[in-house]
Design a protein around this ligand. Structure first.
Ligand code: HEC
Ligand code: HEC
Length: 170
């Protein structure tokens, strides 16, 4: 338990005086703490009332209905990025492109050695950087599973309404 009536030290700093301010201060601190607890306990309920998961408003034990899957917008111009560090969306089909321990189909077009011949954009330079900022010969393993960050191009409705505006990229 925190001792609110901390004793004054020899050189009595302001902080000590503040805490020693007597029972009014103590009551005030306790009341504030109590208010925080009430709000913290109520928050999950408030959040639940306002938003819904992709599963919809269903009992956990009930079967879920399939969410609407937005149509992919492929083989057309790439969508502009909303900010510089956003992983660009994939403007082509990827369904048959496997990524596993032995094969990475994405790299067969986007890797350093192949991209020119395949007329595909090179993966970001950042994808070759090691932890200490040196450019490696092969893709850094933290970037191996491309679809962890890059997803197909769709016009998807935001899950939660928001006022985010992108920052134009070149
Ligand atoms: C057969 C070659 C080929 C393969 C395989 C391939 N891509 Fe591509 N990719 C391209 C080409 C070409 C483009 C340029 C846009 C276009 O023509 O569709 C492109 C564009 C992209 C872009 C957009 C880049 C930008 O700057 O806008 C991303 C991201 C991407 N590919 C990711 C992937 C991922 C992830 C995979 C594997 C799941 C993959 N690609 C597999 C050829 C390929
Ligand atoms: C950890 C997340 C992550 C992974 C994994 C990842 N990327 Fe990226 N990628 C990004 C981000 C972020 C950018 C944009 C900034 C940059 O270039 O680093 C990007 C950029 C790109 C670009 C565009 C480069 C340019 O100069 O415009 C291509 C193409 C691409 N990635 C392909 C791939 C491929 C292929 C893989 C798998 C081998 C992959 N990425 C794995 C996050 C990722």
């Amino acid at each position: 338990m925190l001792n609110l009536s901390a004793s004054r030290t020899d050189n009595g700093t302001d902080k000590d005086l503040f805490l020693e301010g007597g029972s009014t201060m103590k009551k005030f601190i306790l009341a504030t703490a109590a208010l925080f607890m009430v709000v913290a306990l109520a928050l999950p309920q408030i959040a639940q009332a306002g938003s819904m998961s992709l599963r919809g408003d269903k009992e956990l034990s009930a079967a879920s209905t399939n969410p609407d899957i937005p149509k992919l917008q492929l083989d057309q111009e790439s969508f502009k990025r909303n900010f510089k560090e956003q992983p660009p969306l994939i403007p082509h089909k990827v369904k048959k492109y496997q990524i596993n321990l032995k094969n990475n189909r994405c790299l067969s077009c986007h890797d350093k050695d192949n991209y020119k011949e395949e007329e595909a954009p090179l993966t970001g330079k950042s994808h070759y950087m090691t932890k200490d900022g040196k450019e490696g010969k092969t893709i850094n393993m933290s970037r191996y599973f491309c679809t962890q960050c890059h997803v197909g191009q769709t016009v998807a409705k935001p899950l939660v309404e928001n006022v985010f505006k992108g920052v134009p990229v070149k």
